[in-house]
Ligand binder design. Structure first.
Ligand SMILES: [Zn+2]
Ligand SMILES: [Zn+2]
Length: 76
C-alpha cells in the first residue's frame, strides 16, 4: 500500500505551503523560519497548530474522546 507508506513517512505537512515533513520539529522550524509563525500547542498531547481555531477544535474533540473513553470504562 503505497498510500499508507507515504502517509506514515510524511505525517506532518505545512498548511501554508503544503510541504511535507518527517517530524513535528522540522515542521515547527520550517513554519517559524519560512512563514514567521509560532505554532500553537495543545496542552494535552503537544500537537501543534498554525491557527488558534484549529487548536480549539482539536482540544474540543480530545475532550469529547476522553469523555467517551470514560463511559466505556464505566466511570461516571
Ligand atoms: Zn510552509
Ligand atoms: Zn491534543
Amino acid at each position: 500500500m503505497d498510500f499508507m507508506k507515504y502517509f506514515n513517512n510524511k505525517k506532518y505537512y505545512c498548511e501554508q505551503c503544503d510541504k511535507k515533513f518527517d517530524s513535528q520539529d522540522i515542521l515547527n522550524t520550517h513554519a517559524k523560519e519560512i512563514h514567521k509563525k509560532t505554532l500553537l500547542k495543545c496542552s494535552n498531547c503537544g500537537k501543534t497548530f498554525l491557527h488558534e481555531k484549529d487548536r480549539l477544535h482539536h482540544m474540543r474533540e480530545e475532550k469529547q474522546t476522553e469523555k467517551e473513553n470514560r463511559k466505556i470504562k464505566g466511570y461516571k
